[in-house]
Design a binder for this molecule. Structure first.
Ligand code: SF4
Length: 361
């Protein structure tokens, strides 16, 4: 008699969508090499042998944040000695300096929820960056930030997104999704966008022609069922809008967070398993990103054998995960990324933010 795992293998090989129960069964399997084998089949069918990366720069406008989520080591109060803010001149100077690298294609801008900044400040940042660097793609503001802008400005999410889009916002990062469960969010991050608000911002952005990413922060208090339900919520929305470009799963780093000492950092085993299961469940996502900043470069490289086809970018300089004690570098050279991909037997492809090929290397 066929086991559920035999049935899953047949379905994957025939390109048939997996159910919630099958997703949960996958998490209950500890046959990591089999999970990698299946995820590779899907990866190869959907995205071939290319592994994508881009040359980008992260800018975090402030770490002062009203939400103070339990899993975050980055956000802090205004009177903390670690707090900082960047004014517009600061931001422009950093961006112009970064753009001296002729390969730079993207600015990735995410920040804390500052208690005193108006929506106009963010709008002005986007307008000013676009005026000075019209060729640079601005991937800015998570769905959590957009919800916050709507709250502080009294405007609707649609209006906020429309104004940002007109000002020059090109796409949105996938952060802030954490686990799309009211139970988890109620316990860990009750002061920011709810699960349905996060999804609604993504839906509205896609309707306005703004592509976005999706993510999952796992390895804290969530159950395996909640991980699968999270993936299914994203899969359903992707069926509806087709607006997600890539999915990134972030393993939780407990150091310096409110959960430090209460939760053990997730294992490499779990990290590879979660990448593989994400690839298997998200059959309508073109790209699965192994974000080397969170995983470290060696594990991101391994993840390329577990369904990932993107390794993110050069990043310089990452602050959010490193606040939680991440041991990875804060930036990488293009050469190091290319070498990492080649060593895994795959073809490095420099991409732009919309996954157009810039160069096959
Ligand atoms: S995760 Fe985001 S919203 Fe939560 S405390 Fe950190 S910066 Fe603020």
């Amino acid at each position: 008699m066929n086991t559920v795992f035999d049935d899953i293998e047949v379905k994957v090989k025939n390109g048939i969508r997996l159910t919630r129960e099958e997703g949960i069964a996958l998490f209950q399997s500890n046959d990591l090499s089999w999970l990698g084998y299946l995820a590779n089949i899907v990866r190869q069918r959907i995205s071939g042998e290319y592994v994508y990366f881009n040359v980008n720069r992260h800018i975090n406008l402030t770490n002062i944040c009203t939400a103070r989520c339990d899993f975050c080591a980055f956000g802090c109060d205004a009177d903390s000695i670690q707090s900082y803010t960047m004014d517009k001149d600061n931001v422009i100077a950093i961006a112009i300096q970064a753009a001296k690298d002729a390969d730079l294609r993207e600015l990735h801008i995410v920040s804390g929820l500052h208690p005193d900044w108006s929506f106009e400040y963010y709008l002005d940042i986007i307008t000013s960056l676009k005026e000075r660097l019209p060729h640079i793609h601005l991937k800015a503001f998570t769905a959590v930030e957009i919800t916050y802008f709507a709250k502080v400005s009294g405007k609707s999410v649609r209006q906020v997104l429309t104004e940002l889009h007109c000002a020059g916002l090109d796409s949105m990062p996938g952060g802030g999704a954490e686990i799309l469960s009211d139970r988890v969010r109620g316990e860990l991050c009750p002061n920011k966008a709810t699960a349905s608000e996060w999804l609604e911002v993504a839906r509205t952005a896609h309707q306005l022609g703004i592509r976005s990413n999706a993510s999952m922060l796992y390895g804290h208090i969530e159950t395996l069922e909640e991980r699968i339900d999270h993936l299914l919520a994203l899969r359903d929305l992707q069926d509806e809008t087709g607006g997600f470009q890539t999915f990134i799963c972030f393993p939780f780093h407990p150091n310096n967070t409110a959960l430090d000492g209460k939760i053990i950092k997730t294992s490499v085993w779990d990290q590879l398993k979660t990448v593989a299961i994400s690839r298997l469940m998200l059959d309508n996502f073109q790209n699965i990103k192994a974000y080397w900043v969170m995983l470290t470069l060696p594990i991101a490289q391994l993840a390329l054998g577990f369904g990932a086809n993107d390794i993110d970018g050069t990043v310089s300089e990452e602050k959010i995960i490193h606040a939680a004690g991440a041991k990875s570098a804060t930036s990488l050279t293009k050469e190091a990324i290319i070498e990492t991909i080649r060593e895994a037997g795959r073809i490095p492809v420099e991409r732009d933010s919309m996954y157009n090929i810039v160069k096959i290397l």
